[in-house]
Design a protein around this ligand. Structure first.
Ligand code: FAD
Length: 488
């Protein structure tokens, strides 16, 4: 059967939803994206205030090829819609004693900096790099397109898991190769970028180091929001439809088929296939409420571990800082203890690990002339573990985070701030229907990865699909399943 006349709906215009929609539309499936908010992007939302452009979330692009593929599908040139700029150094790591470490693609320079930390760790780093490269090839390049919808798929992933001892944590693995504490932090913190605890997330996440080395780190000119706009442009030029500001309220299902969706405005549409890019608990508990499958899955999901949240302070300031790179991590006095507070104990720590985003050093157009944009992000426990009134705590935490940035990096920061605001776990819950205000959905633990993550196609409702952070990545996998099913 052909795809002619087939209609699909994608609920949510996050990166996963938009990438899926482009793939479906490019294959000839008439696709409608329905987004709850006034702008597309999801966690990659943005605000414009006082002449500054503030990207809400993602800032680090590690795999431009996977984006380019969305334009190559139709022979269009991605560069005509969006310019990706290399970021160098990839990031600067900084510790309270003043030690600084720049990560980049120049391995000679990297080894020189490792020697400054501990010359004995150079050989160990080389072994780690080889390990990371193997995991990258086995886990990212080879298994990236595996859908993991049935039990037999485990057999495909098992050899890589065993070979690379994937049950060990990434921190434990790094610690076998290098002995310097700072270097251990430098080579393992990356799991935090996907909501995982370096102390417990699988060693397979060590692949991120090689992914960065192989593909570099990039940022979008005009901010990540421009990349979102470019994805929407590519989708719409293919004939796809985006409905904004109209949350889906119900996915109607009959037996093992989803039939149509209803939105808050009263709009309703029938589709051959429906994909949800929204939070997985929201999908099953709220959108499929009343259906046995929805309730059963929601109950199961509520027992899963969810990633922590983040607290982000956005600020626009007077002045320019060519010496502060695009990405800086300010480590605090504790690493394991701090992670324990955030992932397990659910307390608001007195110390911080801050990710400082400074996009105007790469792209001054994000701020009025002579001014700069920053955001300072700190990991915090999700609302299931940390039950505080973010309305009150948010203002205090904002002050503390800014004071720490002032103390460590920008001495007269408070005098220079032109505009500032913060984004707290409660905002993730309210704006994005994110369960517990989690910033990254299901925590990436071994027990919640691949087959054990939410499946890209529902096991019972056969034309209902999932795409995005809570499910197995990425959109190509979900698109492959949908197109195969729709062409039957
Ligand atoms: C602060 C922060 C920084 C990050 N930094 C990076 C980074 O540098 N690099 C990186 O690769 N990743 C980063 N991430 C992770 C990355 O942002 C996410 O993994 C990714 O954006 C998630 O995309 P998604 O496809 O799951 O959709 P989401 O972004 O979660 O979007 C889901 C969409 O569904 C919509 N929706 C919800 N309910 C409904 C409904 N009922 N009807 C219709 N629509 C609905 C929402 O409004 C939203 O637009 C970061 C995340 C955060 C929070």
């Amino acid at each position: 059967m052909s795809l002619e006349g087939k209609r699909a709906c994608v609920i949510g215009a996050g990166f996963g939803g938009l990438a899926l929609a482009i793939r479906l539309q490019a294959a000839g499936v008439a696709t409608t994206v329905i987004e709850a908010r006034d702008k597309p992007g999801g966690r990659a939302y943005f605000w414009q205030r006082d002449g500054f452009t503030f990207d809400a979330g993602p800032t680090v692009i590690t795999d431009p090829a996977s984006l380019r593929a969305l334009w190559e599908l139709t022979g269009h040139d991605m560069a005509a819609d969006i310019e990706l700029m290399p970021v160098s150094p990839f990031y600067r790591l900084n510790w309270p004693d003043g030690t600084s470490f720049d990560c980049g693609s120049d391995l000679v320079e990297l080894r020189r900096q490792i020697a400054r930390l501990d010359p004995a760790d150079i050989a160990g780093y080389d072994e780690f790099l080889a390990y990371s490269g193997e995991v990258y090839r086995d886990g990212y390049v080879r298994l990236a397109t595996e859908p993991f919808v049935d039990f037999t798929s485990i057999a495909k992933a098992a050899p890589a898991l065993v070979k690379h001892r994937g049950w060990r944590s990434v921190y434990a693995t790094v610690s076998k190769f290098v002995r310097n504490d700072k270097l251990r932090e430098a080579l393992s913190f990356h799991t935090l970028l996907v909501g995982g605890n370096p102390m417990t997330a699988s060693s397979l996440y060590a692949l991120i180091h090689s992914l960065e080395q192989e593909r570099g780190i990039w940022s979008a000119r005009g901010g990540t929001n421009r990349l979102v706009a470019a994805l929407v442009r590519q989708f719409e030029r293919l004939g796809g439809e985006v409905r904004l500001h109209d949350p889906v309220t119900h996915i109607a299902a009959s037996g093992n088929r989803a039939t149509h969706v209803e939105t808050q405005s009263g709009w309703s549409g029938r589709f051959d296939a429906i994909a949800s890019n929204t939070d997985i608990v929201h999908t099953y508990r709220d959108l499929l409420r009343g259906s046995g499958r929805g309730m059963a899955m929601a109950r199961r999901l509520l027992h899963k571990r969810f990633s922590p949240s983040v607290f982000v302070v956005h600020f626009g300031v007077e002045g320019s800082w060519p010496g502060i790179p695009h990405h800086t991590i300010l480590f605090g006095p504790r690493f394991e203890g701090l992670l324990d507070d955030v992932f397990e104990r659910g307390v608001l720590p007195a110390d911080f690990m801050i990710y400082l985003h400074h996009p105007t050093v790469t792209d001054p157009s994000l701020a009025p002339e002579g001014r700069s944009v920053f955001y300072a992000l700190v990991p915090v426990a999700h609302m299931g573990k940390l039950a505080v009134d973010w309305e009150q705590v948010g203002n205090l935490l904002e002050q503390r985070v800014l004071a720490e940035v002032e103390r460590r990096l920008i001495p007269d920061l408070s005098d220079r701030i032109v505009t500032k605001f913060h984004y707290a776990p409660r905002d993730f819950a309210l704006d994005l229907s994110a369960h517990l205000g989690s910033a990254f959905s299901l925590e990436p633990t071994v027990r919640q990865t691949a087959f054990f993550r939410a499946h890209n196609r529902d096991d019972v409702i056969h034309n209902l699909y999932l795409v995005g952070a809570g499910t197995h990545p990425g959109a190509e996998v979900t698109a492959g399943l949908m197109l195969k099913d729709l062409s039957r």
